[in-house]
Design a protein around this ligand. Sequence first.
Ligand code: A3P
Length: 344
Amino acid sequence: MLFKQQALLRQKLLVLGSLAIGSVLYLVARVGTLDRLQPICHIEHRLVRGPEQIHLRSLQFKRGLLLELRRGNGTKEQLGLQRLVQQLPQAIIIGVRKGGTRALLEMLNLHPAVVKASQEIHFFDNDKNYARGIEWYRSKMPFSFPHQITIEKSPAYFITEEVPERIFKMNSSIKLLIIVREPTTRAVSDYTQVLEGKERKNKTYHKFEKLAIDSSTCEVNTKYKAVRTSIYTKHLERWLKFFPVEQFHIVDGDRLITDPLSELTLVEQFLNLPPRISHFNLYFNATRGFYCLRFNIVFSKCLAGSKGRTHPEVDPSVLTKLQRFFHPFNQKFYQITGRTFTWP
Ligand code: A3P
């Protein structure tokens, strides 16, 4: 009997012992993981940004305070104490529509020194908004610390005649980001967005082939907006009348889909930001078929479902015709920008 009780006790001790060892091992492993999954604002790091430094305090407080602001929890006085300001953008994503402008903005916002304007503001391309003046534009900007960079995106800027001059008048040394995709794919993506809008309103719409090809000449229809927008060099040339080419950075929208970090690193360099966006911040979501964003160990998000639509099937001969049409314009675009793509 005594022997049986002793054996039972030994067994219990063994189980408890294993549990204790297991927990210790788990904790060690967890601490190790946490070590690797560092939040983006690491307090001990000194962020060197050219001659000046980004205030660490700014970085630490950024998310928490912005959240409070959005929730309406901060009074003007409290915000004043935190030195929060609404700054005009130091960089703008000017286009191109359907190039991946939303993904680029959201991914840049992973950087602790970047603050994004969530909505497309359409200040420079919309006469009514532009007439409201620069202080109206500023009032649309998010709160930020003086050493942070505010970025907005309005893809219509790239193709709208008046915009380059208007932006130049605001800030002639502003940094301009253009995200491009293979022009034919971009045109089909553009068409898909409009088609979806029509379908939502129970309206019928032409097939892509009918819009992209002029039926009387059988040539590419250059009056079709989705085609015109993809002639990147034509639009860029208008911008170059105001800004030197060094003030533009071209982002490869196709690579932002497959390998976002490499593109984001180039943008960080262009914006003179210390490299803070890492593999930790981007993870591939097989269900979405795209990379999604991880801000910290608890908060991550994917882009809305309207980003990454399935494109309708298009007659291959029409695609080829478009690719041939865009080819010379693409060559010129490579020449001007110094960035070459493997577009057909
Ligand atoms: P499609 O819907 O044609 O696939 P924009 O934001 O300028 O409208 O661009 C939309 C495009 O962003 C989408 O086009 C999609 O391919 C691309 N994109 C790039 N990265 C993405 C991401 N991580 N999640 C969703 N869409 C992304």
